[in-house]
Design a binder for this molecule. Structure first.
Ligand code: HEC
Ligand code: HEC
Length: 390
């Protein structure tokens, strides 16, 4: 059964096909606009069926118009906008959207808000503590710089590769949370060391020794420890700070609490100035194995990087003499006292260290490492001609 195909009003078919045959209708030869496809079936010379399909050709750009709508009644000059490229055929055309491009989708706004919130939260809370670290590192450096310039600023991570550079190498600080006692600057306050010496002789020398060299009793007990630290060799700022620490509850010690409380601020200043002026001989360093001393030296000068222990020398000075007026000397101290203090930080009975600097150090050291580093510092003599006990 042949099928004839006509376009629009044409009297002659543009194509004749067999039933079920596919054909290609090439619209590029047609003008844009409405057209008709007429289909006739022919049997024995008669038209037996027909069908018409209307369609629209749009090979050119879509044309959208704003300002006139079909059926509008117009008067005077009318502002009309024609868009011949973007709007789809018969698509609704929104002149406002066309001028501003398309609106920003809601999720973009939501996402941007999330990003801004995350940034704000980061800035506010500093979760990885980068800013806190930088601030603290430069503050520690500034504090250390107040007396000895040879202490390198402890601001950069200690690189395990460069472990041969022990003393001047920067170190990595570990940050601690929690309360601490702020720096108390007293260096420039007037103090009378002579008066301080008198109070010291009357109140303190019984336990700390006439020259503040300290002592450790044969029988060291927990209740009455019998460990009396050497005070000589410490700065007045550090000594004054310790008296405040005992009196105000930053350091728990049953013997020092009433002592410190009984002193006025001026007494504390005067005594601290007196002790600062002393330079007695060092106490005996106590027994230690060569392995302990080597291990102690490594910890002191390199730290334990993998355990997050910053090297002691970064804060306490290259020779254990103390770093600046706020970082105490460790060299020549009684080893039992050095050990006891690190244990005090572990137990929480000493909480005064500025910014909690000693807390992570103490918590990351094992008992044997504490003993090793204490033995090392007890053996160090920053001033060799003062060796031997008075
Ligand atoms: C009854 C004994 C006793 C008397 C008296 C005493 N102290 Fe102490 N002092 C100690 C003990 C014990 C410690 C160690 C505390 C600890 O383990 O935290 C200590 C620690 C200190 C420290 C801290 C040292 C450091 O390196 O951090 C200072 C400073 C101090 N005493 C000053 C004084 C002054 C000043 C006097 C006199 C007003 C005095 N002490 C009187 C027993 C005494
Ligand atoms: C980031 C700086 C820093 C590092 C690193 C550091 N310390 Fe300290 N340390 C301090 C400060 C600050 C104090 C004084 C705290 C106070 O009394 O306010 C202190 C005090 C001490 C004391 C008490 C001294 C006394 O006379 O009572 C001992 C003991 C001590 N440190 C041992 C060590 C050892 C051992 C290491 C290395 C394993 C070490 N510290 C590493 C900052 C540091």
């Amino acid at each position: 059964m042949p099928i004839r195909l006509y376009l629009d009003n044409s009297q002659s078919p543009f194509r004749e096909i067999e039933n079920g045959e596919r054909f290609e209708l090439d619209t590029s030869a047609l003008t844009d606009g409405p057209h008709r496809l007429r289909i006739e079936t022919v049997e024995d010379g008669h038209i037996t069926g027909n069908r018409e399909i209307s369609f629209t050709v749009r090979n050119g750009p879509g044309i959208a118009v704003a300002g006139i709508r079909p059926g509008d009644e117009l008067r005077g000059a009318v502002n009309v906008l024609v868009n011949a490229s973007e709007a789809g055929i018969d698509g609704r055309f929104d002149a406002h959207a066309m001028e501003t491009h398309r609106g920003i989708p809601f999720w973009v706004g939501g996402f941007a808000a999330l990003v801004i919130l995350a940034c704000a939260a980061y800035i506010a809370t500093d979760p990885f503590r980068h800013r806190a670290y930088d601030t603290q590192a430069s503050e520690v450096a500034a504090l250390l710089g107040d007396k000895s310039a040879q202490n390198a600023a402890p601001s950069l991570p200690l690189d395990a590769q460069s472990a041969e550079l022990p003393l001047t190498h920067p170190q990595h600080l570990v940050l601690a949370d929690g309360d601490f006692l702020e720096i108390i600057p007293v260096q420039n306050l007037p103090a009378d060391p002579v008066r301080g010496g008198e109070i010291f002789a009357a109140k303190c020398s019984g336990c700390h020794g006439a020259k503040a060299q300290g002592t450790v009793q044969e029988q060291v007990t927990l209740a009455d420890q019998g460990i009396y630290p050497r005070l000589a060799g410490q700065s007045r700022t550090y000594l004054y700070r310790q008296l405040v620490s005992f009196a105000d509850g930053w350091r728990d010690n049953a013997q020092m609490l009433p002592m410190a409380k009984s002193l006025s601020n001026q007494d504390r200043l005067d005594i601290a100035a007196h002790i600062e002026s002393l330079s007695p001989a060092y106490p005996p360093p106590g027994p230690a194995t060569p392995e302990q001393l080597t291990r102690g030296k490594d910890i002191a000068e390199l730290g334990l990087i993998e355990d997050g222990v910053a090297r002691c020398s970064g804060c306490h000075g290259a020779d254990g003499r103390g770093g600046g007026s706020n970082f105490p000397a460790l060299a020549g101290q009684w080893p039992q006292y050095l050990e006891s203090q690190i244990h005090n930080w572990q137990m929480g009975s000493r909480r005064n260290s500025w910014r909690g600097l000693m807390r992570p150090v103490a918590h990351s050291l094992s008992d044997s490492d504490i003993a090793a580093v204490a033995a090392y510092y007890a053996h160090l003599r920053p001033d060799s001609d003062r060796a031997g006990l008075d």
